[in-house]
Design a protein around this ligand. Structure first.
Ligand code: PEP
Length: 251
């Protein structure tokens, strides 16, 4: 995998004014970046950011998607709606949704399927909690989460993006060491290889306190194909430094 992917996850942050300043700064600052770049924004701002990014290389992403096609599902947003707004990616199974909304491996797999059916690339998040890591269960947990998505999505699995996000590293300032991350990425790569016709297409991103200072070392690992960036994606200079590191690593 040569060309890296950097995706920002704004989480529940932003305002019309702040989004405009951030998107303009990122789109302008990334210029001709040698990596792919996306921002996954809160649903109410998708239309605004779709307009702001028009004519730039910045891609648009959502932070969730419904497993349902349409109908009586108050508050949910369908993949068809996302696609209509020009959304390219949708995060599914972020640990905050697994934790606060009780999302199961099966639901995450169904959401990935719904996204794929409408031409939206799911960014499927997997990752262990601190307790699971300390109990030596990291490999079992991420493999189980990944297996559910493989089971439901079959051959389409080479069309997804995976994000390995150790839960203990998200928003905590504690980053996995490049070796810890690489070990899990290699394991996920092997699992995808066994299940997919085109495993080389699958980007496996690292997420969890990736920032301007640690991005280059993480992105230098052979199986780290990019990053899913939370906090640092809200500050244009920090996000641009990560994009620059990914560009350099893409060459
Ligand atoms: C995330 O929310 O996906 C994430 C990786 O957050 P942070 O970069 O802030 O740890």
């Amino acid at each position: 995998m040569t060309r890296k992917l950097i995706a920002g996850n704004w989480k529940m942050n932003g305002s019309l004014a702040a989004n405009e300043a951030l998107v303009r700064a990122v789109a302008q600052g990334m210029g001709n970046a040698q990596c792919d770049v996306a921002v996954c924004v809160p649903a109410p701002y998708l239309a605004q950011v779709a307009q702001l990014r028009a004519g730039t290389k910045l891609e648009l992403g959502a932070q969730d998607v419904s497993k349902h096609e349409q109908g009586a599902y108050t508050g949910e947003v369908s993949a068809a709606m996302l696609r209509e707004l020009g959304v390219r990616y949708a995060i599914v199974g972020h640990s905050e949704r697994r934790q606060y909304h009780g999302e199961t491996d099966e639901l995450v797999a169904d959401k990935a399927k719904a996204a794929l059916a409408h031409g939206v690339t799911p960014i499927v998040c997997v990752g262990e909690t601190l307790a699971e890591r300390e109990a030596g269960q990291t490999a079992d947990v991420v493999k189980r989460q990944m297996a559910a998505v493989i089971h439901v999505n079959g051959h389409c699995i080479s069309e997804i993006v995976v994000a390995y996000e150790p839960v203990w590293a998200i928003g905590t300032g504690k980053t996995a060491t490049p070796e810890q991350a690489q070990e899990v990425h290699a394991l996920l790569r092997a699992q995808l290889k066994a299940a997919s016709t085109h495993p080389e297409r699958v980007h496996i991103l690292y997420g969890g306190s990736m920032n301007a200072a640690n991005a280059a070392t993480l992105l230098a690992q052979p199986d780290i194909d990019g990053g899913l960036i939370g906090g640092a994606s809200l500050k244009a200079p920090d996000f641009l430094q990560i994009i620059a590191a990914a560009s350099a690593a893409s060459k």
